[in-house]
Design a protein around this ligand. Structure first.
Ligand code: ARG
Ligand code: ZN
Ligand code: CA
Length: 241
């Protein structure tokens, strides 16, 4: 698709406590964050260091909430084995995953903020899971994961992006304009973060596909954009969108 890609989003919300039953307006804050981050209209995008500004990209994809499914449960945590995606296991089956991005919002547990399925997997489990504490603009209570960037990162995976360090020491993320990184970076690294991978260069710690705090990540590159957009062309894995 060369025309505008608008991703219809279905939120599947599983709650036990009132706090987990987040409001429609809270859900909308997450959609708003995605619309900013994927169009480079997030205010912090402009703080990208100049050495990376030339490759920083506007992905040009937007998101539209089509439906929220809410279901009360007795589960205290759902783990990472996709039970939340299955009505038979007490969760909620996805809605038309070939044409909707399904998000599951629930308590995951184990310190996991979110997880995603890469393109090409089973349609029955296609989508992204985000812990309800880190969904949308969640205020001081969930600092430093309170700016909705867990969903930005996980949807990056759903659109075929790897971690910037390639999940191995000085690994390859299959994107040429992201510099090699030694490993995941946490917190908010001070720029420049000189890489321990050679030849000497600075790491792009502010990329959404690193592991920094939410306020430390604010850009995708044009190389990552190309990798994402390749899914949506005719014959691509997500051509249905
Ligand atoms: N899958 C990662 C985790 O659960 C997500 C990291 C997202 N990072 C963030 N700053 N929100 O740890
Ligand atoms: Zn990740
Ligand atoms: Ca790279």
């Amino acid at each position: 698709a060369d025309s505008k890609i608008v991703i219809p989003v279905v939120v599947n919300l599983l709650y036990r406590t009132a706090a987990e039953n987040i409001s429609d307006s809270q859900i909308q804050t997450q959609i708003d964050v995605l619309n900013k981050d994927f169009t480079a209209s997030n205010p912090d995008f402009k703080t990208t260091p100049s050495e990376f500004a030339t490759v920083a990209g506007n992905v040009g994809i937007t998101f539209e909430l089509v439906k929220t499914n809410r279901k009360a449960t007795t589960k205290t945590s759902w783990g990472t084995k996709d039970a939340m995606k299955k009505t038979k296991q007490g969760g909620l089956d996805p809605t038309s995953p070939a044409t909707n991005l399904n998000l599951w919002v629930c308590t995951i547990g184990g310190g996991i903020l979110g997880y995603a399925q890469f393109p090409g997997g089973s349609s029955a489990t296609d989508g992204v899971v985000i812990d309800s504490k880190y969904f949308g603009l969640s205020g001081n209570a969930n600092y430093p994961y309170n700016l909705g960037r867990t969903a930005t990162h996980e949807i990056g995976h759903w659109m075929n992006l790897r971690h910037i360090w390639g999940d191995t020491s000085c690994g390859n993320d299959l994107v040429t304009d992201t510099p090699v990184a030694k490993t995941a970076n946490f917190g908010v690294p001070t720029y420049p973060h000189v890489s321990l991978c050679l030849p000497t260069h600075n790491e792009m710690t502010m990329n959404y596909m690193d592991y920094t705090d939410d306020r430390g990540m604010f850009m995708f590159t044009t190389g990552q954009k190309s990798r994402m957009l390749a899914l949506f062309v005719s014959g691509g894995v997500r051509a249905g969108f």
